[in-house]
Design a binder for this molecule. Sequence first.
Ligand SMILES: [Zn+2]
Length: 430
Amino acid sequence: MQRSVLVCVCAAAAVLGGARAGRHDAYSSSAVFGVQLRNTSDLELLHNLELNLDLDMWQYGMPQVRDAMVMVPPHARGKFLSALDKEGVSHYMHVENVTQALETHDEDIARWKSSRAPRLIFQDYMRYADINAEMERIAGRHPNLVTLVNAGKSFEGRDIKYLKISTTNFEDHSKPIYFMEAMIHAREWVTTPVAMYSVYRLVENRRSQDQDLLDDIDWIILPLVNPDGYETASGVRQDRPTRLLTPPASEWTAIELRRSHGVGTPTNPCAITYAGARPFSEPETGYVRDILAEHKDRVQIFMDIHSHGNYVLFAYGDGTLPPNALPIFLVGSAMGAAMDAMKLPQAGFYRVGNSATVLYSTSGSAQDYGQVAGAAMSYTLELPGYGYGFLVPPSYQDHINEETWQGIAVTARLSRQLYRDRYSAANTQR
Ligand SMILES: [Zn+2]
């Protein structure tokens, strides 16, 4: 099995905007089906249906553990259901009317915005301009700690900015770097608030017990990788034609990755899993590549934050493992356990492992690219969906932020020691 893009249940561009009549009409008669997977054959069947019928996976299932959720347009419904029935695969209606679910989500957001004031920025689904303004404000207020960097323009000309947080201006190479990025996939709205909350906890709301995270580690936080997708104003949440204008920043496949970690990405640019014309064909992915290259030997953790499904995943997408897979697994497991300790009852437990083993084979993921590009430990984090898929009501955001921050802190501390060991060994050899 080969999947393009990333294991997370996402690929298309999204829209963030006010409710208006008919904006989700493109999904009228689309439904989301739950599929109960018995074994890997069922998984394979579903994967083939996904590719052949160009279906949109809302959640990748695990046999006997977690049902898959698949959005099926009306013209594909007959073929989809008969293929499942023919093989005796159980299925059920999960969301009967996607348009209505999207409208309900809009209403949730509107209600949330009107019901709470004043709000901190990470307690809401904020707009691109608000995120940039907040980063500018934080950098301006903490000039000795925070540097705002403009990486460059997006495909549509929006600035892509990130924050560097360091007590030593990134000049102390005995410190590891923690590189966190969010919102490659534009419909995963819960991810950017987590990145902004991490900034808050490191800079403006630092607790005494967390001082070591600032003293010992340098941080790079890129909260919005794909602003075009996030800001698309077409009024269609997962509009495929606009995906080409608002790429999901999905093509990470360096030439060496293509050679050693497989291909298999669809070449039809209208396919949901289309990954781009060529490696790094989108400027957004190029900026992340450049950050990794700039700090090649110091990035201890590369955390690529997605939604949803409660997963901590690591390389490689073809099922092979990096040489340090064991510490990667142990640190990832500690992260999962820290987040599970705070989990809401309606959330699943975090599953931790190699992405191909836990979910599906992939190629061209940021996680794989981060690993080969020099990050000691590269992860895909899939935040909780609470059964809402991508449409998590904003009232959950506070909890997701806090829970995830606890996981991030655990990974930072554990990997700090691994970096120190590596650094001192390298310097002893000199
Ligand atoms: Zn994603």
